[in-house]
Ligand binder design. Structure first.
Ligand code: GSH
Length: 242
């Protein structure tokens, strides 16, 4: 049985957190909406799944992971599921819950990153909310990004190891997600990040180590990795950076 990932085909978005976990797990999967249009593959197949509200566990939005007859949605849920199956999370309940808590916090932050360029509505163009975006970005730069990255830095500083992970002594999906956050922030806010990164040395060190993990390194260099672009969650607008 192989996994089926359903996610928008042209962006990294939330799907990327799942792709990274699947890559680190060396799990076999198909990226359904990126395959050619067919009865069971392509974007149409994903939309059909989303519109099927008679399903027992009908998802609200992608990413969605199908495994056999299980349909799992919500990014943090999918990661919790994969974490347990592929040793990307601790086995004990306390550690599992803590990993999930960190992931949910990352997801909260991701919503804020998105809302910097779309503070009023998803359905409006950026240009229609540019003024509000500029105001929102100023608060993001001075308060929200430092609060979030500072929180992650503090978690890492409590670990005694000189090569700390967010949870315990092994890589978890939360580490992979924090890696992706730094990647995205560097794309969206290059000037801000070059100024702020020095405040979060452990976060940046973790990012470096994750990028060098053999399976992650291979994935990042492969065609599977979609380049950041102006349609995803992380978008670069000069006026929103420093
Ligand atoms: N909380 C959900 C959010 C899912 C979500 O917002 N997915 C986006 C793509 S990244 C989407 O397609 N949303 C459609 C919508 O909100 O109408 C998760 O973490 O998976």
């Amino acid at each position: 049985m192989i996994y089926e990932l359903f996610y928008w085909p042209t962006i990294q978005g939330r799907g990327e957190f799942i792709r990274l976990a699947l890559a680190e797990a060396d799990a076999k999967y198909i990226d359904v909406a990126r395959l050619s249009e067919n009865k069971k593959t392509g974007v149409t197949a994903m939309i059909k799944l989303l519109e099927n509200d008679s399903l027992e566990n009908s998802p609200f939005a992608p990413p969605i992971l199908k495994f056999g007859n299980q349909l799992i949605s919500q990014t943090a849920n999918i990661l919790m599921f994969l974490g347990e199956r592929h040793r990307l999370a601790p086995t004990r309940e306390k550690g599992r819950m803590w990993t999930h808590t960190i992931q949910l916090t990352i997801n909260d932050f991701l919503v804020e990153v998105h809302d910097v360029h779309h503070p009023l509505a998803k359905s409006l163009y950026y240009e229609e909310q540019k003024e509000e975006a500029i105001r929102r970005a100023s608060n993001f730069r001075s308060e929200r990004l430092p609060k979030f990255l500072g929180y992650m830095e503090n978690i890492l500083s409590r670990e005694l190891s000189s090569k700390p992970y967010l949870v315990g002594k092994r890589t978890t999906y939360a580490d992979l997600s924090l890696f992706q956050i730094i990647e995205g922030l560097r794309y969206a806010f290059p000037k801000l990040m070059s100024e702020k990164e020095k405040n979060y040395p452990r976060v940046i060190y973790l990012h470096n180590r994750i990028s060098k993990r053999p399976r992650i390194d291979k994935y990042l260099k492969s065609d599977q990795r979609i380049a950041f672009n102006q349609h995803g969650i992380f978008r670069h607008y000069e006026e929103l950076d420093l």
